[in-house]
Design a protein around this ligand. Structure first.
Ligand SMILES: [Zn+2]
Ligand SMILES: [Zn+2]
Length: 154
């Protein structure tokens, strides 16, 4: 965690930004909740526990800056709420998401899996791909298991 914080600090420095205490508190919350997909409000409430003096506007500006510097990705799962997702270290592309339409869980796929698709797109449309966003909507394995065991009982 300290190592990653350090590297994010260097990323900011490289772009002439300082890791101020407010920014650090925000980055720490993102690191501590890496598996979650927090909205600006979620981040704010967690940052407030560490640094009560921070306002929502500051957290919001920090998240925008981190998005600009590609430390985080901003994502929307169709509910109109922007969520912030730490970019995995060394990841060239944004990871994929599996959104369950029954329970709302969001799982992640870290493997790229899209090499073949990207090759076709680059060749056929002569489009140089820099990144992608892929969200699958469906029913997660937990909900499938739940349904299966409910059917067995019925
Ligand atoms: Zn994610
Ligand atoms: Zn589910």
């Amino acid at each position: 965690m300290e190592n990653r914080l350090d590297r994010i600090k260097k990323q900011l420095h490289a772009q002439k930004y300082k890791l101020t205490p407010q920014r650090e508190a925000t980055v720490r919350v993102l690191l501590e909740n890496e598996a979650d997909h927090l909205s600006a409000e979620d981040v704010y409430l967690l940052v407030k526990e560490k640094a009560p003096e921070i306002g929502l506007a500051t957290v919001y500006r920090t998240l925008e800056l981190l998005t600009e510097l590609k430390v985080v990705d901003k994502i929307n799962f169709g509910d109109g709420v922007s969520r912030y997702d730490l970019r995995r270290e060394g990841a060239e592309h944004f990871h994929h998401h599996l959104v369950c339409i029954e329970c709302g869980a969001v799982d992640e796929i870290q493997e790229d899996l899209l090499e073949d698709v990207e090759k076709i797109v680059e060749e056929r449309w002569r489009f140089k791909i820099k990144d992608h966003r892929l969200t699958f909507h469906g029913i997660c394995h937990r909900c499938q298991d739940k349904k299966a065991s409910e059917q067995k009982q019925a």
